[in-house]
Design a protein around this ligand. Structure first.
Ligand SMILES: CC(C)(COP(=O)(O)OP(=O)(O)OC[C@H]1O[C@@H](n2cnc3c(N)ncnc32)[C@H](O)[C@@H]1OP(=O)(O)O)[C@@H](O)C(=O)NCCC(=O)NCCS
Length: 143
């Protein structure tokens, strides 16, 4: 398995994973736009198949933001998500990032545990963050 930068040809497959994973998936053009505006965008690939991806950004004042991470459900619990997140954190560190923020659905305990394992701490509950009544949790990791 390799972690590499997203390329335009990956868009269909990344969007497929996004749709299978999230109730409110990003549209294809939004994913492409995130890449075009310079967000970090990495994919995990094995035998020419994209297994997962992470999108992240560097904001002002040395703040990073994890925008999205997902692994095809058939390939979860094989450390692919950890490798993607580790790589993104290392890139953000190189840009002198001091703190990384993210938001996660409060019902996604697997994802919350995953982030806790990396040392992310809970900030606050974001009421109706997803617009469909579901709450979010904001988390941060100090580097
Ligand atoms: C969160 C997510 C990206 C994690 O991806 P993943 O590839 O399954 O992550 P990992 O395999 O690195 O880690 C998952 C768990 O598997 C365990 N694991 C890793 N390798 C393992 C192995 N070889 N054998 C058994 N367990 C293993 C890890 O300990 C980890 O457990 P923990 O996080 O509860 O401590 C994935 O579950 C996902 O796509 N979820 C849906 C989308 C989502 O919720 N995204 C986050 C919100 S934006």
């Amino acid at each position: 398995m390799i972690i590499r930068e997203f390329q335009r040809m990956d868009l269909f497959r990344v969007h497929e994973i996004e749709k299978e994973t999230f109730t409110n998936p990003h549209e294809k053009n939004i994913l492409q736009w995130l890449y075009d505006i310079g967000a970090g965008f990495l994919v995990a690939e094995e035998k020419n198949l994209i297994l997962g991806y992470i999108i992240f950004s560097l904001k002002k004042e040395n703040q990073g933001h994890i925008i999205s991470i997902a692994v095809d459900r058939k390939f979860r619990n094989q450390s692919i998500g950890s490798n993607l997140l580790k790589t993104a954190i290392n890139i953000l560190k190189k840009f002198d990032t001091k703190i990384i923020y993210l938001e996660v659905e409060s019902s996604k305990q697997v994802a919350i545990n995953f982030y806790n394992r990396f040392g992310f701490k809970k900030n606050e509950v974001l009421k109706n963050y997803y617009g469909d009544g579901s709450d979010g949790i904001s988390m941060h990791l100090k580097l």
